[in-house]
Design a protein around this ligand. Structure first.
Ligand code: FAD
Length: 318
């Protein structure tokens, strides 16, 4: 079996049965925020449009609520998972136990001061790109067309061959699992290819260092990046590139050379436009996607001796 990366920030043990959990926890969660959903289908919150339900889906509006929620999580050892826009996720068919946390209003603020932009973790990257261009600030052009939030982008060091978010991060405010807010400066953060050492934190906001540039120069770069993306990438329900490029090779080329175009498992199939994209039909299950991922990994390992590592995160219970 191939290896897939499962990211759950903290997985505690369950002390009670499901119904008891709901009965005990729901009133306590509702004392923190009214924005609590139970048995919420994760298909509504992922770009793949698949995945089972989260026991609790809680939208947190401000720091106070977040601190109180984390306190509750610690007290009862509740597993939790923080979600951005769900554009880099495969949620398994039996869903996510515990609490899925989404950052709301207070985490969607943007402040521009000279050549620095401070953005809440819940801000959409696409919005930030637009704000940067309006302020004639260069540095975020690489992010044109990348979906998702700043939080997701920072944790996964989102980017393309033209740049990545880690290149422009000045500092990041995080909340530790123990419940303390901390400021991490660029030299304390390790960004690597689609990865960072921030997975153990909740990202609250990030300060990005940009450079003044003329509006037309930025727009021209963005347009050419967007055109390239549109030519290369398929439309449909997916999560972008499934695998990271291995050292000295392109995942899409390895896959294209050994597997038939459009190869499918159940409702999941390899895009015929870009072999590193898996897309999902309406009736697809997460299991179809995961089986296809593992099959591709096995074939590439056998034929090329290369271990493909997933860029997409696979979470929850299958
Ligand atoms: C069509 C398409 C094209 C794409 N193209 C690219 C591309 O060119 N380059 C690229 O890098 N990616 C690309 N992606 C993948 C995806 O858009 C990025 O990985 C994005 O940064 C994920 O952000 P998100 O908010 O959706 O995160 P999610 O998918 O919601 O979460 C991803 C991870 O980040 C964690 N996370 C999210 N928010 C926080 C937070 N505040 N604190 C701590 N952890 C957090 C989650 O726990 C999870 O582990 C593409 C996706 C699609 C659908």
């Amino acid at each position: 079996m191939g290896e897939v990366e499962a990211t759950v920030i903290q997985q505690g043990h369950k002390d009670t049965e499901d119904t008891e959990d709901t009965e005990v926890l729901l009133p306590q969660l509702l004392r923190i925020t009214p924005h609590v959903l139970t048995h919420e289908p994760m298909s509504k919150h992922t770009s793949f449009g698949i995945g089972g339900s989260a026991d609790f889906f809680v939208t947190i509006q401000n720091r106070g609520e977040l601190e109180r929620l984390l306190h509750l999580i610690q007290k009862y050892h509740i597993p939790f998972f923080i979600i951005g826009s769900g554009t880099n996720l495969v949620v398994r068919d039996k869903g996510i136990r515990g609490i899925v946390i989404k950052l709301g209003d207070e985490f969607r603020q943007i402040i521009v001061e000279h050549n620095i932009i401070c953005a809440g973790a819940g801000v959409l990257l696409s919005k930030l790109v637009n704000i940067a261009v309006k302020n004639e600030l260069s540095g975020l052009e690489f992010a044109t067309g990348i979906p998702g939030t700043i939080g997701g982008a920072i944790v996964g060091n989102a980017g393309t061959e033209t740049g990545c978010i880690g290149d422009i991060v000045n500092r990041v405010e995080v909340l530790s699992i123990e419940g303390s807010f901390e400021i991490l400066t660029a030299d304390n953060i390790e960004f690597s290819y689609r990865n960072s050492n921030l997975k153990k934190y909740i990202v609250i906001n990030a300060e990005l260092l940009l450079t003044k540039c003329d509006f037309l120069g930025i727009i021209n770069t963005m347009n050419s990046i967007l055109k390239k993306r549109q030519n290369a990438q398929p439309k449909g329900r997916g999560a972008g590139s499934i695998f990271k490029n291995p050292e000295g090779a392109f995942a899409w080329k390895l896959i294209r050379d050994i597997l038939p175009k459009g190869m499918r498992m159940g409702g999941a199939y390899i895009s015929s436009k870009h072999a590193n994209f898996i897309l999902a039909d309406k009736e697809a299950r997460a299991d179809d996607v995961e089986r296809l991922i593992v099959y591709i990994q096995d074939c590439v390992r056998k034929d090329c001796g290369v271990e493909l590592v997933t860029e997409v995160r696979i979470v929850g219970e299958g």
